[in-house]
Design a protein around this ligand. Structure first.
Ligand SMILES: [Zn+2]
Length: 421
């Protein structure tokens, strides 16, 4: 069957959607790599309690191709192998004011499950690069990456495709239908102006195709973090790679690091919303820049799996779980529980100690880069200098922001680089 390249929702591939979702859910039911370790209770305690809900996400590697076979005149598919790379939960975000006054690279701004999974994916790549650099054998292979002759990296297996599973439609433009159908009063928030800045959270939910910030309670402090819909949409231009990993990857193989699929429970998908959010609003065929050359569209696949083992769906009659779980079975030492932007149990008031910060915060990820590539200090005094030095990624992001029209500013979270000189 020919698939329309601009069609975002692909219900015909539900079998693949179920396989990806199952890979993530299997691990929740049976956390194999943690069995019998002290970490197992940490993992289980971070899952929502009986009166709580959260959102679950995971990035899955699909290895091998789908092969159509005819067995006794019946067509069946041999599915690719699946490997779970990341598993994260969460639905909280920090106010811009807190980040601005306290963070200096040490707070996690955005603890929505999808975004944590993407940060964790980048951390895994950095860890893999470190292991390959440290080992003396000739095959130059880590758990996910392989080093090419030019010193840059690609995926170890060229058949691998990356997919994400989320238990809810991403917040923002891809889930506007869900908001308006759930909103009890059905009254729009009408006290804000619309302009070139992103729309705040759930306000103006009748205005479609626009960049929004993370939803929050109406009385909550303002966050400038973009919605998951917008951030995931941006990943169609930039790939999953961020400033810390982008330069390590061989440009000839960068295509391997884009998401191929995002899997969402069937009942949470609004085909109209996802089509507009991830494709139509970008107007790429009319764009005058060459930014569309970087664009790799993903498909939204449904899953029809029965009940989840925990409350991984938005549920107004339960409390929102305050903590986020961060775990990678690829590197089982990467287990963290996050609360208010720092490790659970640590203080996030006033000064943030290094020991309180997550391995996923800006400072920790940057320090890994500095360890791998000491040249990255040249002419660089601050974290924002470092981000600016990844020129091609900047160019892609700036080009894409223009396409979104009202992307607006992000929270400044800069810090001086201490390893300098
Ligand atoms: Zn979100």
């Amino acid at each position: 069957m020919r698939v329309d390249p601009w069609k975002v929702y692909d219900p015909s591939n539900i079998e693949q959607g179920n396989q990806i979702a199952q890979c993530v859910l299997n691990f929740i039911n049976d956390p194999l790599t943690l069995k019998g370790t002290k970490s197992q209770s940490t993992f289980e305690n971070a899952l929502p309690k009986i009166n709580e809900y959260t959102v679950l996400s995971g990035i899955v590697a699909l290895q091998g191709k789908t092969v159509e076979k005819t067995l006794k005149k019946r067509k069946t598919n041999t599915m690719p192998q699946t490997y779970l790379l990341t598993l994260t939960t969460g639905l909280k975000v920090l106010p811009a004011e807190k980040i601005h006054t306290q963070s200096r690279g040490r707070l996690l701004h955005d603890m929505h499950a999808e975004i944590l999974s993407i940060r964790l994916f980048n951390l895994i790549l950095l860890e893999d690069i470190k292991r390959i650099n440290d080992c003396s054998d000739n095959d130059r292979c880590g758990k996910i990456l392989r080093q090419n002759r030019n010193g840059l990296f690609q995926l170890r297996d060229s058949t691998i495709k990356l997919a994400m599973f989320v238990t809810e439609a991403p917040c923002g433009d891809a889930s506007l239908e869900n908001i308006s159908s759930r909103s009890s009063s059905n009254v729009d928030w009408k006290d804000e102006k619309c302009g070139l800045e992103p729309i705040r959270g759930r306000s103006f939910f009748n205005r479609k195709g626009l960049v929004r910030t993370k939803p929050g309670r109406r009385d909550s402090q303002k966050s400038l973090s973009k919605s998951c819909s917008d951030k995931l949409c941006m990943k169609q231009f930039t790939s999953l790679l961020n400033s810390t990993t982008f330069s390590f990857i061989d440009p000839a193989y960068r295509y391997q690091f884009y998401l191929e699929y995002i899997v969402i429970p069937e009942e949470s998908i609004s085909p109209v919303d996802v089509q507009r959010c991830f494709s139509d609003r970008l107007n790429l065929d009319k764009s005058e820049t060459n930014i569309q050359d970087y664009f790799h569209a993903f498909k939204i696949l449904p899953t029809e799996l029965p009940d989840f083992p925990y409350q991984f769906k938005l549920n107004n009659s339960l409390n929102a779980c305050a903590t986020s779980l961060v775990y990678s079975p690829v590197y089982p030492n990467m287990l963290e529980v996050i609360n208010k932007g720092v490790l659970n149990g640590r203080s996030s008031k006033k000064h943030i100690n290094k020991e309180a910060s997550s391995q996923l915060c800006r400072e920790a990820l940057f320090e890994r880069v500095a360890e791998l590539n000491s040249n990255c200090f040249e002419n660089i005094k601050t974290y924002s200098n470092f981000k600016g030095s990844i020129k091609e990624l900047r160019k892609i992001k700036e080009g894409a922001k223009k396409i979104f029209k009202n992307w607006g500013e992000s929270t400044i979270d800069d810090f001086t680089i201490r390893g300098e000189s």
